[in-house]
Ligand binder design. Structure first.
Ligand SMILES: Cc1cc2nc3c(=O)[nH]c(=O)nc-3n(C[C@H](O)[C@H](O)[C@H](O)COP(=O)(O)OP(=O)(O)OC[C@H]3O[C@@H](n4cnc5c(N)ncnc54)[C@H](O)[C@@H]3O)c2cc1C
Length: 222
């Protein structure tokens, strides 16, 4: 099992409860957009508390970036991460993860589940290959939307926000369910990428299959 101790270079606020951590990239460390690693806080008592987080940078970037939702309602790892400052250290482990880009399609994310799509969409934008891709992004309220301006810039009309607990101008106030998918998607033979809370992934994958999506074309974290 690999373990890399890396220094945090910068920490930035993304939303009210999401932070971006820019950290040193270990020599020879390599990943595919969509993949994750287990991260621990390099502080006494926390070194063995590993949690999975997705790389939101690109492999070719000189640093690593994580975009992390901090849960302050209990004393877990993300609460500890929220207390860190530049100069503090993280422990990174092996690279893994099932989500990877297979071709143009519809990305469907719930909340912080959007993180594997950040790196993939940034990669496609950089390579000029964003055409044919869309993002349906479900959040509780408008203040929870991660990287709204960046997704808008990358995807334009291909970026659709839905809010489940707020009516807000310019946003659809709906849950992403079978009817929503039927209305928004005309071609179920394309690729689908689904990430979010377990029940979200199960419901959406099942709806997509009922609507005619090929199970092999629906990509999600096992
Ligand atoms: C492959 C993969 C990649 C991931 N990538 C990212 C990423 O890039 N960014 C990101 O933000 N997240 C990501 N996650 C999710 C992330 O791993 C979890 O949010 C993290 O493990 C939570 O750690 P924790 O110790 O703070 O919470 P844990 O203690 O592990 O609790 C996890 C969940 O339980 C709830 N919970 C547990 N105990 C309590 C309590 N007492 N009171 C209230 N709620 C409680 C929390 O709300 C939280 O939803 C990823 C998950 C996977 C599987």
């Amino acid at each position: 099992m690999e373990e890399h101790k890396v220094k945090i270079k910068r920490i930035e606020k993304v939303t009210h409860d999401v932070k971006r951590f820019i950290v040193d990239k270990p020599e020879g460390y390599s990943f595919i957009s969509g993949q994750a690693t287990e991260v621990a806080v390099s502080k006494k008592g926390w070194e063995d508390e590993r949690r999975p987080f997705t790389f939101t940078s690109l492999n070719e970037d000189p640093h690593l970036e994580f975009t992390i939702k901090i849960y302050d309602d209990h004393g877990g790892v993300t609460h500890q991460l929220g207390l860190l400052e530049p100069g503090d250290e993280l422990l990174l482990h092996d690279v893994w993860g099932a989500i990877r880009y297979k071709g143009p399609g519809v990305f469907i994310a719930g909340g912080a589940g959007v993180t594997p799509f950040i790196s993939i969409l940034r990669m496609l934008a950089k390579q000029g290959k964003i055409s044919g891709n869309r993002l349906l992004f479900s959040n509780k309220t408008s203040k929870d939307i991660i990287l709204r301006e960046e997704f808008q810039k990358i995807l334009g009309a291909g970026f659709v926000n839905t809010l489940t607990r707020e009516d807000h101008p310019g946003h659809v106030s709906r849950r992403i369910n079978k009817n929503f998918l039927k209305e928004k998607i005309s071609d179920f033979s394309q690729h689908f990428y689904v990430c979010g809370p377990q029940s979200f992934v199960e419901d959406i994958s099942s709806s997509l299959k009922q609507l005619g999506a090929d199970p092999d074309s629906v990509v999600f974290e096992e």
